[in-house]
Design a protein around this ligand. Structure first.
Ligand SMILES: Nc1ncnc2c1ncn2[C@@H]1O[C@H](COP(=O)(O)OP(=O)(O)OP(=O)(O)O)[C@@H](O)[C@H]1O
Ligand SMILES: [Mg+2]
Length: 351
């Protein structure tokens, strides 16, 4: 599609989201639930920011604050300089136009043809029928669904329904796209296609994308930055690559291990544990070094390779090796020094 220019009022660098010490309590009959506690996150314009956490961590509550569907109990959610929680009525509705949202269950109207589903936000804005439909056709072309414009949602697959959801969210040319578990109802292949599409939205339109998910694969393939949430708090945040290489909390380690499994059973660790049982992480060019043969010939140790794998994270290659190095104690120490200079991370495995 030929983009019809940025939405009115947006400009270079628009789409910044700041959560400033945000807390949310839902009052209950007996006790109130603290859904969010002291959350501070700064989402830079034009980036893809992922929030990961288990069920009940507060992800949906957090993302719904960005378009004013929830208000913080304390703290502020500031979108492009505007405190969203303080807006009401027409001012809130005007601000909401800059933010599109997609959902796990797609939330498209079953009795309305695809084109009119996509045109709906514009029609609600008072845009004429012909103009709204023309814009809908543009975005449907962008998401690769032109052929389905006259179909009803019931005639579409899950992945196609989510494309309709994305097209509808993009119809107003928003600065920000919010995705709440947008791929959780889809199979892995369809998930990959939707992730590719979201990356293209970010690349071609510079749209800031805030995505919440419980799937670390989605974070790995989609996000630039990540915040890990547990029980309403952000327990760590940083670049996606850094979080994969050096998760600092147990929750983050558990999520990372769903993508990069530490594939040696505890029984084997117990059997081989002690000096020289190491997990090595290698980054980019490090993965092509002849590490094992150098250890054997130059350092004079024996190497038992227990596991090796490789994955792509944010256009970087990350290799993992689990080795048991044996030899005289001073040779093992020399091997450790040798590796420390050649791998990005060395971790001792203990039973
Ligand atoms: N409208 C509400 N009223 C009362 N409690 C709520 C409400 N919405 C959310 N909560 C509570 O706030 C906490 C966080 O819920 P939230 O839906 O944000 O979690 P989530 O991380 O999105 O979980 P999931 O992965 O299951 O979608 C939960 O304890 C939930 O029960
Ligand atoms: Mg949720």
């Amino acid at each position: 599609m030929s983009p019809s220019g940025p939405a009115a009022g947006s400009g270079a660098g628009a789409g910044r989201i700041v959560f400033d010490d945000v807390s949310k309590a839902f009052p209950g009959r007996a006790v109130s639930t603290a859904a969010l506690r002291g959350v501070s996150i700064d989402v830079a314009p034009g980036t893809i920011f992922g929030v990961i956490g288990y069920s009940g961590a507060g992800k949906s509550t957090l993302i719904r604050m960005v378009n004013g569907l929830e208000q913080p109990t304390t703290g502020r959610v500031v979108v492009d300089g505007v405190d969203i929680g303080a807006l009401r009525g027409a001012a809130l509705r005007a601000a909401q136009k800059h933010t599109g949202m997609i959902f796990q269950q797609f939330n498209i109207l079953a009795t309305v043809r695809v084109r009119d589903n996509v045109a709906l936000p514009l029609r609600l804005d008072g845009v004429g029928k012909a103009e709204a439909r023309a814009r809908a056709d543009e975005v449907l072309d962008f998401v690769g669904l032109s052929a389905k414009a006259d179909s009803f949602p019931g005639e579409l697959s899950g992945g196609q329904k989510q494309r309709v959801g994305i097209a509808r969210a993009l119809a107003r040319n928003p600065r920000i796209l919010l995705a709440d578990e947008a791929t959780s109802a889809l199979d892995p292949t369809t998930t990959a296609q939707i992730i590719d599409l979201l990356r293209r939205v970010n690349r071609e339109y510079g749209t800031t994308i805030l995505v919440v998910t419980h799937e670390m694969d989605v974070i790995k393939d989609l996000a630039h930055q990540v915040a890990v949430m547990a029980a309403g708090e952000v327990v760590e945040q940083g670049s996606v690559l850094d979080t994969f290489l050096r998760p600092r909390t147990g929750v983050a380690r558990d999520f990372v291990s769903t993508v990069v499994p530490q594939a040696v059973p505890d029984r084997v660790v117990a059997h081989l544990g002690g000096e020289g049982l190491w997990r090595l992480l290698l980054l980019d060019d490090e993965v092509t070094q002849p590490l094992v043969s150098d250890l054997i010939t130059d350092i004079g140790v024996q190497v038992n390779m227990l596991h090796a794998d490789m994955t792509e994270i944010q256009e970087h290659t990350v290799g993992q090796m689990i080795v048991k190095v044996t030899g005289a104690p001073e040779r093992i120490a020399a091997a450790r020094r040798f590796l420390a200079e050649r791998v990005v991370h060395l971790e001792e495995l203990v039973a």
